[in-house]
Structure formats: C-alpha cells, structure tokens
Design a protein around this ligand. Structure first.
Ligand SMILES: [Ca+2]
Length: 250
C-alpha cells in the first residue's frame, strides 16, 4: 500500500517513477561508498590491501592501503618507509598531492590526509630498527588542517594529542605546526628545517621526529637528518628502518 502511495505521490511530484528510482539509486550508491579503512572493515572485508575510499569532503575518492590486522585493524596507511626505494626529499606539490606506490613506500598526501582525518581520528606510528626491534606511538586525537578554511594556505597544520605507546612521544612538540618542505618554509626556525634536515615535516624549530628524512640504512654520523624518532632512536646513533603512519576513525 505504501509503495503504491509512494509511487503515485512521486509520480505526481516528479512526473516519473523511473526518475525517482534513479535518484534513490544514485543516493544509495553515493552513501554506500566507504569513507575510510574502518568503514571497509565494517563492511566485512578483513584482508590487508588497497581499497578505494570516499571521505565526506572528497567525493572523487582515492586509493589507500588498509591494514586490517594491526591493533584491531581498519587503519589507513598515510606514510610508509621500508627499503629506501622512493625518494622522500621532495617539494611542496609532491607532499601536497602524494607520491610513491600504495603497496610500497609512499606518502598519501596532505590533501588526502586532510579530507580523510576531518572527523575524529587517531594516529598510530609503527617503527622497526635494523635489528628488527619494534616500537609504536599512538595518539588518540589526530587531524591535519582541521580548523582551516583553506588548508593549503594554512600549511596543513598538525593536531595530535593523547600519546601512548612504547616508542616515547616525539610528535606532541610538532602539534600546531605547519608543514614545511625544502621549497616552502613554514617553520619557526630562521633556516628552512626541511632543507637543513633533509626531510619534510611539521617542523617547529626544528624537530623531535623526522620520519620523512633520508633513508640512511643504519647508523649515521650526521645529525638528525635520517628517519628519526628521537625518543626511541636518538638523533644519530641509528635511524628507523621501517616507519608507517596510519590513521583510523576514533
Ligand atoms: Ca624557517
């Protein structure tokens, strides 16, 4: 009875029940697309891999690597270093748009990370050294450019809070900072921290972590310009072999 009534009403309002069906179908399709890896997991997909996600503020969507096994799964990988195969010493446009390969070393990109972490997200950073020792840092609150009307103009500022983990905190001092690359200095140093420390990060003056720094393959004599997480690695004794930043809906 309801469907008959609805069809009649729709027909009167819009002139064609076919058009109504079409609108309803499109609506369901748009809203059944996955917002992030948590959403992919909630749909019953439990395998690590590359999936399309469509965050609320990015209806075109993009491909991400989802980790469905670590710490409950549902993690979207934002950054991965593991073998030094990809050059991370790049400029603003590369860090804004992303680079590398989703299944290997890559940076998801500041724009995608911004749209993807728009609601309440958490951040997990997993690291390993060259002796296969591992450590992690978890932040219960994470976003990039959350309060920005124009996030690129604002420099995609980082927000992190609520640390826990085994690696120690090396990121809270970067909270509130804008992103600096070798060709866009937005840090609080008189130098360009990205050029000085061979990376790209939410530098202050300059850093306690530098996970986009040079892949130096072990110990290094140079100061703080490798893949660094100072509360775990120090700055020059050895550097991080594997690093991975992941985010998940809170
Ligand atoms: Ca500066």
């Amino acid at each position: 009875m309801f469907s008959v009534l609805c069809s009649s009403l729709c027909y009167v309002l819009l002139g064609s029940p076919v058009l109504v069906f079409h609108i309803l179908f499109v609506y369901l399709c748009v809203f059944s697309e996955m917002l992030d890896c948590s959403d992919v997991m909630a749909s019953g997909i439990l395998q690590d891999g590359v999936y399309s996600v469509f965050p609320t503020h990015d209806l075109n969507g993009f491909m991400v690597y989802c980790d469905m096994t670590t710490d409950g799964g549902g993690w979207t990988v934002i950054q991965r270093r593991e073998d030094g195969s990809v050059n991370f010493f790049r400029g603003w446009e590369a860090y804004r748009d992303g680079f590398g390969t989703t299944r290997g070393e890559h940076w998801l990109g500041l724009t995608h990370t911004h749209t993807h972490t728009f609601g309440g997200f958490e951040l997990r950073i997993d690291m390993a050294d060259f002796d296969n020792a591992t450590a992690f840092a978890h932040y219960g609150d994470f976003s990039v450019g959350r309060d920005s009307v124009n996030p690129e103009e604002d420099g995609y500022p980082l927000n992190v809070d609520q640390y826990s983990g085994t690696a120690g905190d090396s990121l809270l001092k970067h909270s509130g900072m804008r992103f600096t690359t070798k060709d866009r200095d937005q840090d609080q140093s008189e130098n360009n921290c990205a050029a000085y420390y061979q990376g790209a990060w939410w530098y202050r003056n300059c850093h306690t972590s530098n996970l986009n720094g040079q892949y130096l393959r072990g110990g290094h004599a140079s100061y703080a310009d490798g893949v660094e997480w100072s509360s775990w690695t120090g700055f020059s004794v050895f550097h991080v072999n594997i690093s991975r930043l992941c985010s998940k809906t809170r």
